[in-house]
Design a protein around this ligand. Structure first.
Ligand SMILES: O=C(O)CCC(=O)C(=O)O
Ligand SMILES: [Fe+2]
Length: 302
């Protein structure tokens, strides 16, 4: 049994103690404006239709202020408490997050590398009463995201490190152009940088049958005619099809770090990151990453 936290005016933001019970849906979702728990509600239905329209058009949708400010503040404080446990890394990546293959022609996008620097609070160290953990474990939330994507059944990701992390970017950090190994990501902005840290994406740049290498190379070479920018604010939720839309986060400027929660969902309950990807991003590869390496759902580069 979980118990709802009862927020009063006195403990509205700023709020400086961690929850001592698992937050319930009403503690993190603004159910007054977004009654996602009421499947008969016409407001919910209209929201889902709007999200589907945006996802069909550009592979991405934004639901403004769906997460309550108290919950955002608790997540922000969780990241601050976990600062010492962040896995920081710097690496050079091609858009597929694969190693350089010198047998490919020089102009192949898989031979185009950009430097990334960023950190993760991995999913396996989220606190027991973490709002992010509660959001991810909540079945109403899962059903809502499944309805928005029009994908059922939809599963939480089996990757123990990458399924539901906070991504942290400090001043100067950059997350270069790439495709995700997973199909769907939900992003919840927890702390906005003063400047930069902008999410940019190219809708449906590839399909599961076609890598569309020329279009990928064009973007890497600076053609931004297909690039969209998403204005995300703390409390907004973004649903994004990252396996097909190449994307990046521009360098963070200023002293305030960018914190974003990345709960991730899959059509397939078994796939996890490749060991190399897990090692690069989350600091280590676990037995599950090696055991499941052979079973990828498609034949895309990654
Ligand atoms: O930080 C973001 O908004 C997205 C990060 C990202 O693309 C990733 O972690 O794969
Ligand atoms: Fe990504």
């Amino acid at each position: 049994m979980t118990e709802a936290i009862n927020f009063t005016e006195q403990n509205a933001v700023p709020f400086d103690v961690a929850p001592s019970v698992i937050p319930a849906l009403a503690d993190f979702v603004d159910l007054d404006n977004y009654p996602i728990d009421d499947t008969a509600s016409s407001t919910r239905q209209a929201l889902i239709e709007q999200c589907r329209k945006e996802l069909d058009a550009v592979g991405c949708c934004r639901i403004p202020n769906i997460i309550r400010p108290e919950s955002i503040e608790r997540m922000r404080q969780e990241v601050e408490r976990q600062r010492a446990n962040i896995y920081w890394s710097e690496d050079s990546h091609n858009p597929y997050m694969t190693k350089e293959d010198v047998s490919l022609p020089k102009e192949h996008p898989a031979r185009s590398f950009q430097k990334r620097s960023s950190g993760f609070v991995n999913s396996d160290i989220l606190e027991e009463f973490s709002d992010l953990r509660a959001i991810y474990n909540n079945d109403v939330m899962l059903q809502f995201i499944s309805d928005c994507l029009g994908v059922a059944p939809l599963y939480r990701w089996a990757d123990p490190l990458g399924s539901n992390p906070y991504s942290v970017m400090d001043e100067g950090n950059y997350f270069p152009w790439h495709f995700d190994g997973n199909e769907f990501t939900v992003s919840i902005l927890v702390q906005e940088p003063e400047k930069g840290g902008e999410f940019q994406y190219c809708p449906d740049l590839r399909t599961s049958e076609n890598e569309n290498l020329e279009a990928v190379a064009d973007v890497l070479n600076g053609d931004h005619s297909k690039v969209h920018s998403l204005e995300l604010r703390p409390g907004d939720m973004q649903i994004f099809k990252g396996r097909f839309s190449m994307h990046r986060v521009t360098p963070v400027e200023g002293k305030r770090s960018r914190y974003i929660a990345l709960p991730t969902y899959m059509r397939d309950p078994n796939t996890v990151n490749r060991p190399e990807h897990a090692r690069q991003f989350y600091g280590r590869a676990l037995p599950i990453h090696y055991e499941r390496e052979a079973n990828r759902p498609d034949t895309l580069l990654d």
